[in-house]
Ligand binder design. Sequence first.
Ligand code: FAD
Length: 290
Amino acid sequence: MYPSRFRYEAPRSLDEAIGLMHDGGDYVKVLAGGQSLVPLMKLRFASPELVVDINNVPGLDYHRADPDGTLRIGALCRHADLERSGLLKTTQPTMAAAAPLIADPIVRNRGTLVGSLCHADPQGDWASVVTALGGSVVAQGPAGRRTIPLAGFVTGPFETVLAPDEIAVEAVIPAAQGTRSGGYLKLERRVGDFATVGVAVAVETSGGTVTRAGIGLTGVGGSTIAATEAAQALTGQPLSAESIGRAADLAAAAARPRTDHRGSAEYKRHMVRTFVVRILGRDVPEERAA
Ligand SMILES: Cc1cc2nc3c(=O)[nH]c(=O)nc-3n(C[C@H](O)[C@H](O)[C@H](O)COP(=O)(O)OP(=O)(O)OC[C@H]3O[C@@H](n4cnc5c(N)ncnc54)[C@H](O)[C@@H]3O)c2cc1C
């Protein structure tokens, strides 16, 4: 099916893009990788009047660390850039584990992490990862920039707090306060599929004690779930079989899965528990793993 008629603009600066969004009428959409927006337009689930393609805006394709370790991912940084990133491999285990699991190589070549956060699909993998890492989104509009923690960015399935004339310019992952570990595991029916269940775990340890932990769940609720109590069960102590088991139980309890053609709610909840144990179990010394 062809999309409905729409106006297309390809500005060459962020200010121009924001100006177009501001003056653009009732229904304006940013086009980044197009891997979610274009299919939706072709199915006529989305029929914007104006599409503002930001791919000609220079200087948005970065991902880099500030001197203090804060990671910044620009709005045109592709999934494939993150999959190939040496920086992520050495400093961001949860992100490095997730990047190769997003869709397939064709989608990864165009799609962006920031676009995925803005799309707010409950089955989007990056939102759980950024949630687990305590990340945020920087949005720019006519009134300037604001930083929005991801916990308050997504308001529901396919809904965010972005104003119609705001563009998300980057995602920000705070610097680790200790040694970072964790991972991302995803249950998919076949390679390249959306998650039946996805679990992101990010842990920071200092002197053997967990100083910060985050757990994000994909595909098991109306939107990405921050399993806050589960993460809290890990902090202030060394990782052990006991603390991991408690966190896994709490993460499974936080999940709100529905029975569908991909599996029963009970099975999905079980997989949440299994993934938490599997990710964290790798970091437990043998004497505490029993
Ligand atoms: C076959 C297929 C399989 C897929 N499998 C997966 C998967 O397994 N896991 C997964 O997480 N995703 C998957 N996706 C989605 C993919 O990751 C998309 O790339 C991602 O959801 C959106 O990123 P994008 O850059 O392509 O955004 P676009 O499609 O360009 O935009 C998506 C939405 O976000 C808005 N938007 C984008 N960027 C901005 C911005 N900077 N500021 C404001 N609004 C913005 C757009 O207006 C639009 O509403 C799949 C897609 C396809 C086609």
